[in-house]
Design a protein around this ligand. Structure first.
Ligand SMILES: Cc1cc2nc3c(=O)[nH]c(=O)nc-3n(C[C@H](O)[C@H](O)[C@H](O)COP(=O)(O)O)c2cc1C
Length: 373
């Protein structure tokens, strides 16, 4: 189904989850996977990982690099601009962690990334951006990709030159989120740039930006002819968009959902959101296990990480849950009410009960919303 290979041919499903700080951790991946058609192979992101910190981190205790044992096709995203940290990070991700590819972040617009001259600021220096790809190419045998933003306004030739440079330096596919750095995530993504990039490079292009419903996926594929589509914020609201598209393209149902149809329409989707949120809580608790009653810190550490103190707490799980809901609730009737109730839940058990109670009422999901964050 894919015209150009992604992950050297190991991707057969043209829809994928976006890397998102605070969201694209193992719990979200598990939830999205539960809606992925059986036998569909896509790629799986991580939150952005800083290559200056990765080499010295204990992977067992760091929340951003936790993963479930059954995960595959993982393409962690690194932030970096120096050869040694990139080389050490790639070595660990490849041999110790089981990465299938490495994605380089050239889109992060936050002040800190710009101050360190990585993230989107790499797009301000074509030669150096190419070098960062070359450094990564030299550091690993894995396939590598770059996720980038739109170039400076008005300069249509920039993207052509810039992307060509990345491909020449070794990028095997490119993901474009066609908003400028100044736009951050506001305004509209300019899909016409996806089409231009698609026409200009020989490698696969993944299109990203403003996908909210299945129709948007269809439209992006049709209008831009990108090889695959990446969903960010909407995957926190209707992760079954992967199932909806699978259904349209003739893929089998997800594992455990044989004979069912993907949720569609305001009420079915609202009901599924409640079920999904409970699954998300389960997944958070599975990937970040908390101490059980009476367990000492040493016993907990031995059970969970093999001895080192985990870098998470019930408070972190609650924050992750609230952030997830803050994103997804924009599509939900009474979403603000759910957010407020969860902000008052003091334990995960309370949060779970809050979700159960909230979804006793009929909750509707809207197709589109103003993208708030
Ligand atoms: C909370 C949040 C965190 C993000 N963090 C990252 C990141 O770490 N790396 C990255 O390349 N993009 C990041 N993004 C951008 C998304 O990957 C995506 O490009 C953007 O949200 C547009 O897609 P969407 O309209 O489908 O959400 C982030 C987006 C959000 C909402």
């Amino acid at each position: 189904m894919l015209k150009r290979p992604i992950l050297r041919g190991n991707v057969n499903f043209p829809l994928t989850l976006a890397p998102m700080v605070g969201l694209s951790h193992a719990a979200l991946r598990r939830v999205v996977k539960s809606y992925m058609p059986k036998s569909a192979q896509t790629l799986w992101p991580t939150e952005m990982l800083n290559s200056r910190r990765l080499p010295n981190e204990n992977f067992a205790v760091v929340p951003e690099v936790r993963k479930f044992a059954d995960e595959s096709n993982l393409v962690p995203q690194i932030l970096g601009n120096e050869a040694i940290p990139i080389q050490r990070s790639c070595a660990r991700l490849e041999s110790e962690w089981g990465a299938s590819g490495i994605d380089i972040n050239m889109g992060c617009p936050v002040r800190k990334a710009i101050a360190h001259n990585y993230g989107v600021s790499l797009m301000g220096d074509e030669g150096y951006a190419r070098e960062v790809v070359a450094m990564t190419r030299a550091a690993t045998k894995l396939p590598i990709s770059v996720k980038l933003r739109a170039g400076p306004q008005g300069d249509r030739d920039f993207m052509k030159r810039f992307s060509k440079g990345l491909v020449d330096a070794g990028a095997e596919w490119l993901t474009l989120h066609p908003r400028t750095a100044e736009q951050k995530r506001r305004g509209r993504a300019d899909w016409s740039q996806l089409r231009e990039l698609r026409e200009h490079v020989d490698v696969a292009v993944i299109g990203n930006g403003d996908i909210q419903i299945a129709e948007d996926v269809r439209r992006m594929l049709h209008e831009t002819e990108v090889d695959a589509v990446m969903v960010g914020r909407a995957a926190t609201a209707r992760p079954w968009i992967f199932w909806q598209m699978g259904e349209e393209w003739g893929w089998p149902e997800p594992e455990g959902r044989a004979g069912e149809r993907a949720p569609r329409g305001a009420l079915e989707e609202g009901q599924e959101y409640g079920r999904m949120l409970l699954k998300f809580i389960d997944a958070l608790e599975a990937i970040y296990p908390l101490p059980i009653d009476g367990e000492s810190e040493t016993e907990w550490s031995n059970r969970v990480t093999g001895g080192a103190k985990p870098n998470w707490s019930e408070d972190l799980l609650l924050r992750k849950l609230r952030f997830f809901v803050k994103n997804g609730a924009a599509w939900l009737s009474f979403g603000l009410d759910l957010e407020a109730k969860l902000s008052r839940s003091k334990t995960m058990a309370e949060a779970r009960q809050t979700v159960r109670n909230f979804f006793c009422q009929e909750i509707a999901m809207t197709a589109r919303t103003e993208l708030r964050y």
